[in-house]
Ligand binder design. Sequence first.
Ligand SMILES: [Zn+2]
Length: 361
Amino acid sequence: MFLPGRLKRPRDSRTELFFASIRVELRAPCAATPAPSKWLLKTTTMPPKHHNYLLGIDIGGTKIAGGIVDASTGAVLLQERVATLAADGGAAVLARALSLAARLRNAARSQDIGEPAGVGVGAGGQIDPETGVVVAATDVLPGWAGTRLRDAFEERLGLPARVDNDVNALAAGECRWGAAQSARNVVFLALGTGVGGALIVNGRLHHGARGAGGELGHLVVVPDGPPCTCGGNGCLEQYASGPALLARFHALGGDPAITHGTPLADLAAREPNGPAARAIAETGKWLGLSLVSLANVFGPDRFVIGGGLASLGDRLLDPARRVLTARALPGVRSVPILPAALGTSASIVGAAALALEITGD
Ligand SMILES: [Zn+2]
């Protein structure tokens, strides 16, 4: 899923990275699940230098991004982005992603960072994390379904690989290094061109059968609402995505010449009762309505809201908080609703966090 406008979090300190005595505890992205995986062993002694770094790769519909990530802090040391050129087909996209990963690995070697401990790959589509295969994908990535993603990365790089859906990767990153640190039960929503979702249950990503779970954007909020990309009607994606916000802005009398959501935050600040502010507030109410159901079902420690719309901050989230307080069951009325914290490198950092995700073997 394409998630425009992520917030930037500038992080890079080579001095710190090379001279700090880093104690690595490689474990699941949510801190409270300490079981070791088969290839990333928890250690309490100074590990070999190369165990401190991970390779994260994000394969999206418009770009492929990758980076070398500090396993202790989530800082991105090296990164590179290339166009996906999705129309070339799944095999070409995979080849491009593998080349990017190999370049980053080689760059890490040549710059004395060393060998990454593993590679995490977040990608669009339904991904089965157990088999590492793309089960299904939309036309955003034609020919992507059936790709043996994990095997391809392991064979090309000679590193253990973990693959998952891109929104699950974002959630894993927020759990490990972002807004959901130390939380065991988290509902993550990415509000962008579409609405993506991820569930962390008892410190683990919840995948459902063959990676089909967590599609919170297709929670039905209005049974006879607008048609959705999934073939249904009235899904949350039709009420709390970027296009939905823009359509609401226009319906409330907003300038029809504005065809992108970016100016709405400034407009709302200038006119607190204008169409931009009202459209954002209404979007927040719809978001809040879905969070009521999710809170009652999952009882999360917190909600984390990412994607481009998260940059609207409290103007979007306060109306959602008010709906949650008014309508959720007493035990979950005050669940915090927080914006994602990992910024523009979130997809790379999240993919790297997947490499710390426990396989449960
Ligand atoms: Zn839908």
